[in-house]
Design a protein around this ligand. Sequence first.
Ligand SMILES: *[C@@H]1O[C@H](CO)[C@@H](O)[C@H](O)[C@H]1NC(C)=O
Ligand SMILES: *[C@@H]1O[C@H](CO)[C@@H](O)[C@H](O)[C@H]1NC(C)=O
Length: 312
Amino acid sequence: MTQSYSYSSSPSLLLLLIMSALSSPFLIPTSSLFSSKRTHLQTRKSCASIFVASPLKMSISSDSNGPQSRASFSGLAPLEAILFDIDGTLCDSDPIHYYAFRELLQESALQIGFNGGVPITEEFFSQNLSGKHNEDICYVLFPDWDLEKSMKLMDDKEAMFRRLAVEQLKPVNGLHKLCKWIEDRGLKRAAVTNAPRENAELMISILGLSNFFELLVVGSECERAKPFPDPYLKGLQGIKASPNHTIVFEDSASGIRAGVAAGMPVVGVTTRNPETLLMEAGATFLIKDYEDPKLWGALEEQENFAASTATT
Ligand SMILES: *[C@@H]1O[C@H](CO)[C@@H](O)[C@H](O)[C@H]1NC(C)=O
Ligand SMILES: *[C@@H]1O[C@H](CO)[C@@H](O)[C@H](O)[C@H]1NC(C)=O
């Protein structure tokens, strides 16, 4: 990339310009996002450092997860509850996390010197950071640092994430349709996440779901975070639901493992992560988003099954 852009244009105009120049589905304009406290982050002005211009790998196909994974919930009827992960499952937040990590790890003013100043790649993020909770991320990034020091850096990263999320966070397609379906049936529902509570509450609020969720379970407040079953077991307990009548929605391998270990079928949402990774982790079946006909077919089938067994 040879072009560079100044901060003088409005962010939306800038966004349009860059979008047409790069045809990239994911861009973050930073000019209006960082508070004055963080002016040191605004010093680099090349296109590459102002924008996250290349998307993380997207898995698109919703029907290539093999004939072995028939989309069915019939064993669950009657359906009682739905548990949702947040990051990547309710909203496509990974690009914002990636951006925040990349900026912070590269920030020379903080003298981190991570990877000799070479920015982390999307592959590194996806493979080593995505879906993990911060304590685990500290051990991945800074195995030699004491935890207090690296957790302080994670706090900075989360603060940057929250500033960006306010402008960037969007629901996964069809989310509100599914939430309405759940509300109409009076199903119990909880959000179960490895994100810090402050982030989780902000994301739920930005998505307009503060009144939708009865309960928010945070991994770091459990004895063990995902991929252990503890957060999901706490969620089930908190809303008094049986794992035999509950569905989990997850987008990461770690989260799918947690849901499966807690005894529930897990629908994998292929927001960002490779289909094979999600199937290997034990997903019952995969959907592209909440508009996916496979999901609605399975929900309908389980309702019909519940209705037929209720009358016999
Ligand atoms: C993930 O981290 C490991 C250990 O630091 C490293 O060897 C590997 O290359 C990383 N993955 C990517 C895609 O960079
Ligand atoms: C779930 O179903 C299994 C098998 O039918 C049964 O053994 C178990 O007790 C059930 N769990 C709950 C919490 O009802």
